[in-house]
Design a protein around this ligand. Structure first.
Ligand code: HEM
Length: 418
């Protein structure tokens, strides 16, 4: 579902510690180049902006665009924190909430730092292990086949609404134990959250509450009547010997909801768009499906789409810039994975590339927990598409549409085949 491009956010004054040469005007949510052709713009940024720059948009923040700089930021959580405000400010905000106001869910553990983070990540590890992901393979294949069956004879489709959306989202909702028929409603909520502006923190908080409320019935139902799903498994988990609480269940559910509902779709969309414009690559993978796992990785690198945030918690230097405590930074993975200092000829799709260490799934302690599941979904999809579809191409009359923010999303991808 395409949304209108948001207006550029207003600019804030440049703080004293930011020198003029470090300033570059870039609006992650509504940069026109990003919305026209996201990864082209990401490459361009590396040429026209410093590797670490400060933008006056979206409340003013640093943007880390280079691979090496990003790598360090991911690993140094004692300097680059995942908490979005100092604990005392968070306490003060909570204290200001009117009595009886419903609580705002946190997205645990993605907004925590070590050692706290490890304690709350542990219950999720087992649920998202490689073994648990492999166990879903047959179901993913069956679902992929049934979605292909629906469109194969019509010669064209919008790949996003026909396959890239229903496939991973259905898998995720089934895994969670959430009703699949509510998929459209859930997707609207996650879109609203991911496109909500920096300026409206309370609006985002209210949305998080709505997201938690949308799952509350399922969460409560599983407490005393466990099924074979993640919500039931999490109820049985203990945090360092303490039983699970409803608040924490909400926090986990909201994080998984956001992480599960708008990620794999985009990986699929960008990859199928690339394949549509490279028929020789389609032929090569069709002739030799053993190359598909490497293709999955190279497509993830070429079209990374997540940009996490961090808060500087002690003054530091990064990429030659002086960052101060409480500065915010955006880790631009899509540009880092196109950094020519790290990847030779980064724009090329190259299955023989020596360096395959992309950062699409992040790095350091918050590295993506859903990566095993995502990789299996991507492999199965490419394998089935290449076997069932003849060469597909982009629809010349209907260009793809994109959305931008902390996730670069592809909202529609009309394709055709004979
Ligand atoms: C191709 C698809 C995906 C990509 C590219 C991706 C990317 C990422 C990235 C970059 C992070 C790190 C965020 C940070 O450092 O702040 C992350 C974290 C996370 N992802 Fe994914 N993700 C994908 C799919 C999924 C799926 C399907 C799930 C689960 C259903 C998932 C669950 C998580 C969780 C729980 C975290 C937080 C881990 C932590 O804080 O310890 N992801 N993901």
């Amino acid at each position: 579902m395409a949304t209108a491009a948001p207006a550029l956010s207003k600019q804030v004054p440049v703080p004293d510690h930011v020198p003029p040469e470090a300033v570059f005007d870039f609006d992650m949510r509504s940069d026109p180049g990003l919305l026209a052709d996201p990864h082209k713009r990401m490459s361009e940024l590396l040429e026209v902006a410093p590797r670490v720059f400060w933008t006056p948009r979206n409340n003013g923040h640093w943007v880390v665009a280079g691979y090496e700089e990003l790598f360090r930021a991911f690993r140094e959580s004692e300097t680059f924190s995942s908490t979005f405000m100092p604990p005392e400010m968070l306490d003060a905000m909570v204290a200001l909430m009117p009595e009886g106001q419903p609580r705002i869910p946190m997205v645990t553990p993605i907004t925590l730092d070590p050692p706290e983070h490890g304690k709350y990540r542990a219950p999720l590890q087992k649920t998202f292990s490689p073994k648990a992901a492999m166990a879903r393979m047959a179901e993913i294949r069956e679902l992929t086949e049934s979605l292909i069956d629906k469109v194969i004879d019509q010669g064209h489709c919008d790949f996003i609404s026909a396959i890239a959306e229903p496939l991973p989202v259905t898998v995720f909702l089934r895994m969670m134990g959430l009703p699949v028929e509510r998929l459209p409603e859930f997707r609207v909520l996650v879109h609203e959250l991911l496109t909500s502006g920096e300026e409206d923190r309370m609006g985002a908080a209210r949305l998080m509450r709505r997201i938690a409320d949308s799952m509350l019935e399922a969460i409560l139902a599983r407490k005393d009547d466990p099924q074979d799903d993640i919500i039931s498994l999490l109820w049985q988990a203990e945090i360092e010997g303490e039983p699970m609480t409803l608040d924490l269940m909400e926090d986990y559910a909201v994080l998984l909801f956001i992480a599960g509902l708008d990620t794999v779709i985009n990986a699929m969309g960008f990859a199928v768009r690339h394949l549509a414009s490279d028929p020789k690559l389609q032929d090569r993978l069709r002739a030799d499906p053993a190359l598909i796992p490497d293709a999955v990785e190279e497509l993830l690198r070429r079209y990374s789409f997540v940009s996490p945030r961090r808060r500087v918690i002690k003054d530091t230097e990064l990429g030659g810039q002086k960052l101060k405590e409480n500065d915010f930074i955006l880790l631009l993975i899509p540009s880092a994975d196109l950094d020519e200092r790290e990847f030779a000829m980064p724009q090329d799709f190259n299955l023989e590339r020596e360096n395959k260490v992309h950062m699409a799934f992040g790095g350091g302690c918050h590295r993506c927990l859903g990566s095993h599941l995502a990789r299996i979904e991507l492999q199965v999809l490419y394998e089935r598409l290449l076997e069932r579809f003849p060469r597909w191409r982009l629809d010349p009359d209907k260009p793809a549409t994109f959305r931008s923010g902390s996730i670069i999303a592809i909202d529609s991808l009309p394709i055709r085949w004979d």
